[in-house]
Design a protein around this ligand. Sequence first.
Ligand code: F6R
Length: 261
Amino acid sequence: MEVIIQPNKEAAASLVSRVIAHELRANPHLVLGLATGKTMERVYRNLVRMHQEEGLDFSLCSTFNLDEYVGLFPTDPNSYRHYMQHHLFQHVNVDRRNTHLPNGIANDLEAECRQYEALIQRFGGIDLQLLGIGKAGHIGFNEPLSALRSRTRVKALTPTTLKQNAALFGNEEKMPRRAMTMGVGTIIEARRCLLLATGESKAEVIAQAVEGPITSMVTASALQLHARCTVVVDEEAASHLKETDYYRWIFENEPEWEEYR
Ligand code: F6R
């Protein structure tokens, strides 16, 4: 795992966007794993700008989102399909047929989850998985005690997550109680993982995920097992980390990061 500390939210999101753009330019057929949430909005804004101003080309890439709420139609303004359309897909030249999210209104949710896994395999697996982290330490909607080998499945959302996301639904009562999510096992099979966390509210959980033990209580800690995982944080989200001098030294001295310094 590598930890990159940036001065603020904008700089952190900018670095993540540049890594995605770099990978996409290197491999136009990139299979890109996507996340939703507040933190990612800045990343998508940057990617849209890069498409418009620098011709960043999405025409050959495919995308797989981490998760979708159970029971929401794709047209529902709170669905993650709608989020992706609104923040990214409709502004860039990605082929809609190559954009994938679990279908939250499938009749047979278990079969849908199995098919989603099979589809990821058919596309050759995920090259680059973008991740946020929830206050409960989740990646995707892998809530505390999710098995570290779990696959795509339906999960009940924890009270912490319901509270975190309720504002978007007006109130907590209207929020779906379940979501379909890639499993921790699915996520860590991606060839590269890139996690972005910003703000003071993520500081404690970032410290647990990066410097704490690997535990299903904080599913992001499973990323410590990943051979190529980068965690990008702003100063606020880094504020509970102990080894920041070491992380900064690596970033300053690792040739791979030269173009991002
Ligand atoms: C969403 C997802 C979640 C979010 C996390 C952080 O697709 O997978 O794990 O990344 O809940 O959300 P924000 O950025 O809203 O704090």
